[in-house]
Design a protein around this ligand. Structure first.
Ligand SMILES: CC(C)(COP(=O)(O)OP(=O)(O)OC[C@H]1O[C@@H](n2cnc3c(N)ncnc32)[C@H](O)[C@@H]1OP(=O)(O)O)[C@@H](O)C(=O)NCCC(=O)NCCS
Length: 254
């Protein structure tokens, strides 16, 4: 994974990464391990950690993680979250050694925006609305809290930084049955989506159908959608396969 300056800036803003709370290990002046910590209230999130390839296998991963967890504790954080790709068994074992436990499985989806309507004829209609309107519906109807990178904190931080978002509302007559917030910049990133319980499939399809190929030539990306979210079922039913699976893990700090 290559992280350049603009990407790092985006990560810091979007995920509230705290440089002072993060930890870097140097050897002979050279950076050899890093663990970045995001902080929101009394919650923390590991926003990237790794050891330089030349220095792996000597316990530096555990060393830098213990240091960043100490930093989290000293700031009074109640728990620290992270995500780790399913095949990354060395990292998973490292986190388990440190006491992290699995919360749920998350999926990373990337697929082309539809070039033909996906919505069925008896599906809800979709209209553009201010982001706050879509977000209010989502806050009231979300099935579960979004993972860190799509959480309310990320939305608030990026809005404050001037990023553009779109709000969409799926309606049957006057009744709102679903809402979605996306960030569209060549690619449409689904930030949050929620529906009324009985409307999961038609409302999700209608909302996704409104992301047309002209607006999102680089496709649609939906990062860390819980595997059990009804929207994941909708994507599977559309014949789309997820790109990657991650474990969301947490450590409750004593
Ligand atoms: C995962 C990672 C942080 C572990 O750091 P580390 O300092 O090598 O950790 P340790 O020395 O404690 O060894 C951890 C495991 O890696 C194995 N390992 C040994 N030498 C290794 C090497 N040269 N390269 C990769 N892994 C190695 C160890 O056998 C150990 O296995 P086990 O604990 O599963 O039995 C490191 O491999 C890394 O930076 N990977 C790429 C970035 C990454 O995956 N970050 C986590 C994102 S969630």
């Amino acid at each position: 994974m290559h992280v350049d300056g603009p990407t790092m800036r985006f990560m810091c803003v979007a995920s509230d990464l705290d440089r002072g709370a993060s930890r870097l290990v140097r050897e002979d002046g050279e950076a050899v391990a890093i663990a970045m910590l995001g902080v929101r209230g009394d919650e923390g999130w590991i926003g990237g950690m790794g050891v330089a390839p030349s220095h792996r296998g000597h316990g530096l991963g555990e060393h830098v993680m213990r240091a960043v967890l100490e930093s989290a504790r000293s700031r009074g954080l109640r728990r620290v979250m992270l995500e780790v790709l399913e095949p990354n068994i060395h990292a998973i074992r490292l986190y388990e050694r440190l006491g992290f436990t699995r919360v749920r499985d998350l999926e990373v989806w990337a697929f082309p925006a539809p070039d033909a309507p996906l919505a069925s004829e008896d599906g809800p209609t979709v209209e553009k609305v201010p982001v706050e309107v879509a977000h209010r519906f989502i806050r009231d109807h979300r099935a579960a809290p979004e993972p860190w990178q799509r959480a309310d904190g990320t939305l608030a931080a990026l809005l404050a930084d001037g990023a553009a978002f779109e709000g969409l509302l799926a309606k049957r007559g006057d009744l709102a049955v679903g809402a979605m917030v996306t960030r569209v910049a060549g690619r449409a990133s689904v930030v949050q989506l929620a529906t009324l319980p009985g409307e999961a499939a038609p409302a999700t399809r209608a909302l996704l159908a409104s992301l047309r190929r002209d607006d999102a030539p680089q496709g649609v990306r939906w990062v860390n959608l819980p595997a059990t979210d009804p929207a994941a079922e909708v994507l599977r039913a559309l014949g789309i396969t997820c790109d990657a699976r991650q474990h969301e893990m947490e450590l409750v700090l004593g």
